[in-house]
Design a protein around this ligand. Structure first.
Ligand code: BG6
Ligand code: MG
Length: 220
């Protein structure tokens, strides 16, 4: 089936907010004396805030009650939101903007599919919202990646079947979610390095020739 829609993850694909997630988790982990580094951080890509906290607390000597965990997750999010205040339209990557524009001009429908409850806020700060026909974020799903719910919901927003959509991800959990939902996955960043996608890209503009072939019904 020819390509008709593209479902974009947000953090680490459309913007570098993955770095802010890292900084906010690192500050929290340091404050409770739990070892946390970039290797552990790779395991947090794509998964929900509470699932991320559970991974961080694997190395904690102390056991936390559900209320204490909620408070820790809230603290991390408050710090993350503080860091997000720095974002402005100037921080939108020109390569990302020109790729989105070209894909739209070719008649493809675009949707954001992110686990983040902050996705709409980030898209607004970067002035990227208007490039998309829909946004499915962490407030609209109950099961986090690698469950395919976010991508199936996003495809339904575009009224397209999974076979006609391509998912773009930087997280291995996201590529797994795409495959579980019957989507092809194009990966950037960490997931690309780990060859988790059907297409493993050096950057977002590499999508253009791939989408051109898929739109004309090709498979490679
Ligand atoms: C994903 C990130 O996009 O969103 C994860 O890759 C993050 O690292 C998840 O945990 C949830 O984000 P938020 O903004 O709702 O805490
Ligand atoms: Mg991501």
């Amino acid at each position: 089936m020819p390509l008709q829609g593209i479902l974009f993850d947000l953090d680490g694909v459309l913007c570098s907010t993955d770095e802010y997630h890292y900084r906010a988790w690192k500050e929290l982990a340091d404050s409770i004396s739990v070892p946390f580094d970039r290797t552990v951080n790779e395991r947090l890509r794509g998964i929900s805030r509470m699932d991320s906290l559970e991974i961080i607390l694997e190395k904690s000597a102390k056991t936390y009650t559900p209320e204490e965990k909620r408070a820790l997750a809230d603290r991390k999010n408050a710090r993350y939101r503080e860091l997000l205040q720095n974002l402005s339209p100037k921080d939108a990557d020109p390569d990302v903007v020109s790729t989105l524009l070209t894909l739209r001009k070719r008649g493809l429908r675009l949707c954001v599919a992110s686990s983040s409850k902050n996705a709409r806020f980030i898209l607004d700060r970067l002035a990227l919202t208007s490039y998309f026909d829909g946004v499915c974020d962490g407030t609209q799903i109950t099961r986090a990646k690698p469950d395919p719910e976010v991508f199936l919901t996003a495809a339904a927003m575009l009224s397209l079947p999974p076979e006609s959509c391509l998912v773009v991800e930087d997280a291995v959990a996201g590529a797994q979610a795409a495959h579980a939902g019957g989507f092809l996955a194009a990966c950037v960043g960490d997931a690309s390095k780990k060859r988790a996608g059907d297409y493993n890209l050096a950057g977002l503009p590499d999508l253009l020739p791939i989408c051109d072939r898929l739109q004309r019904g090709g498979t490679t």
